[in-house]
Design a protein. Structure first.
Length: 193
């Protein structure tokens, strides 16, 4: 009986140590992925500011912004894109890690890497963006009106009500950010605290 109890306690101890080890490893992976996304966000903003210097003032003074680094692939009739990024509320300081998934139809062939930088103008637009409730209807406008003060966000396309988007490719600013059929949502795993 004593031997059985000792073996049972040893097995329990091994299980507890293993679970703790997995939890630490899992948290390390989450921290590493957050750091990678933070770095991608800084690079995306830096590239945008180089191509559109006025965007720095827009980003610094908007309600919130988000950066998403994406990879898109088009083979024949079908296309797919996926990405990850960070949404930052300039007013509250809140940071939300995001994911993106896009499916599309149309003839094409190729792979492209690009960044989407969203300018979020209102609290309502922020809440809709981070909850994944935005339905994107892309526009080909090179300079999109803000719809309220009659101002414009130079180089950005209207993405949704209260949201504008810059699309940066390796070649620079794209005048048409194609984001139709795109789902952007908060990453549950990376936002656990």
């Amino acid at each position: 009986m004593k031997k059985m109890f000792t073996l049972l306690m040893a097995a329990l101890l091994v299980c507890l140590m293993t679970a703790t080890s997995f939890a630490a490893t899992s948290q390390e992976k989450i921290d590493k992925e957050r750091a990678e996304i933070d770095n991608l966000s800084v690079k995306a903003l830096h590239n945008l500011y180089e191509k559109v210097p006025s965007a720095e003032n827009v980003i610094n003074n908007c309600y919130a912004y988000a950066t998403l680094s994406n990879t898109g692939m088009k083979l024949g009739l079908f296309g797919d894109a996926h990405g990850r990024g960070l949404a930052v509320n300039n007013t509250t300081g809140e940071k939300v890690y995001m994911r993106m998934k896009e499916l599309g139809l149309g003839i094409g062939l190729g792979i492209k890497e690009y960044d989407l930088i969203f300018v979020i103008g209102t609290e309502q637009a922020w809440k809709a963006f981070i909850s994944g409730d935005i339905k994107f209807a892309s526009s080909a406008d090179a300079s999109a009106s803000d719809g309220q003060a009659g101002g414009a966000v130079e180089g950005a396309s209207i993405a949704a009500n209260g949201i504008w988007v810059y699309q940066m490719t390796k070649k620079g600013l794209s005048l048409d950010a194609s984001i139709k059929g795109t789902k952007i949502y908060a990453d549950k795993k990376l936002n656990k605290r």
